[in-house]
Design a protein around this ligand. Structure first.
Ligand code: 1HE
Length: 259
């Protein structure tokens, strides 16, 4: 398992089948410096096989203030590309890792913090959450995957507005726009995220794999390719012994009904 030096500001707590990952730089509002981005990548690339889902949250009053601006020094174009690609690799390790990931949001979810949240599969926001892309006002551009992932949540027009005007979405507006799938009272996002992760960890692994690795690819395919991919994955999933057992359990009255 990954050993994370305390100075990095990332804590990993394995709670049975759920890995709880905490950004732990509250004094700097969990701003993401290079060491923290690399540690995130290492943690999500090395989750133990006993883990079936993960939660990511932030210590202190905010989820994450984005890129650590104190490290934003003069970079030449090549260094800039590699820095951005390092973020892409780390956030890909979350989106396309071994398990579904739930983000528990509160306070600031801004800049690279929003890029991090948008690489997870489910976002649970509490009432204190707010979303922004201050890159537009800081004279820079997003570099951690926001231009690909954020429009999939809220549409390119809303992202353009956020960056051109500095618009901030509060928790309710954010849920309506599509940033978060769940909105809970202040202080309750972590508990709700862990509850969801525990349930997700009970799903058949192939179902979770199909949802995290195949569905986003189907969404990028032309419709006829997507339908073919869907048929192939459906056939693979239903041929797994676990799927047969689950269907048999329902038919025998041993599995929960949809309520
Ligand atoms: C930081 C950072 C940071 C706080 N990098 N140090 N992100 C931003 O432009 C957001 C900048 N941050 C803020 O707007 C505010 O800090 C918050 C709304 C998130 C929180 O406000 P508040 O009043 O709770 O905290 P604070 O007093 O502003 O900050 C507390 C400390 O954290 C302070 O340091 P201190 O040594 O003076 O105590 C701040 O300097 C520090 N801090 N945010 C470095 N971001 C892959 S590309 C991604 C590009 C981006 O993400 S750009 C957007 C960056």
């Amino acid at each position: 398992m990954t050993n994370i030096p305390p100075s990095v500001g990332l804590a990993l707590d394995i709670q049975d089948t759920v890995a709880v990952v905490r950004l732990d730089r509250a004094a700097k509002r969990n701003a993401l410096n290079d060491a923290l981005v690399l540690a995130l990548r290492d943690v999500f690339e090395n989750l133990p096989p006993t883990v079936g889902a993960a939660v990511i949250h932030g210590g202190g009053d905010h989820f994450c203030a984005g890129l650590d601006l104190s490290e934003l020094r003069e970079r030449d174009a090549v260094q800039g590309v590699h820095h951005s690609r390092m973020w892409h690799k780390a956030l890909d390790a979350i989106q396309f890792g071994s398990v579904p990931v739930v983000a528990a949001l509160h306070g600031a979810v801004v800049g690279g913090g929003l890029e991090l949240a948008s690489a997870t599969h489910i976002r649970v926001a509490d009432a204190s959450t707010f979303y922004a892309l201050p890159e537009g006002s800081r004279g820079i551009f997003v570099g951690g995957g926001a231009s690909v992932r954020v429009p999939k949540l809220i549409g390119a027009a809303r992202m353009t507005d956020m960056m051109l005007t500095g618009r901030v979405y509060d928790a309710e507006q954010g849920e309506r726009a599509g940033f978060a799938q769940y909105l809970v009272p202040q202080g309750e996002s972590l508990a709700k995220a862990i509850e969801l992760a525990r349930r997700i960890a009970t799903n058949a692994p192939m179902t979770n794999y199909a949802l995290t690795h195949v569905l986003p690819r189907i969404a990028e395919q032309p419709a006829d390719h997507g339908l073919m991919t869907e048929s192939l994955v459906a056939a693979i999933a239903q041929s797994a012994p676990e799927a047969k057992e689950r269907v048999a359990a329902f038919l025998a009255g041993r599995a929960a009904k949809v309520r």
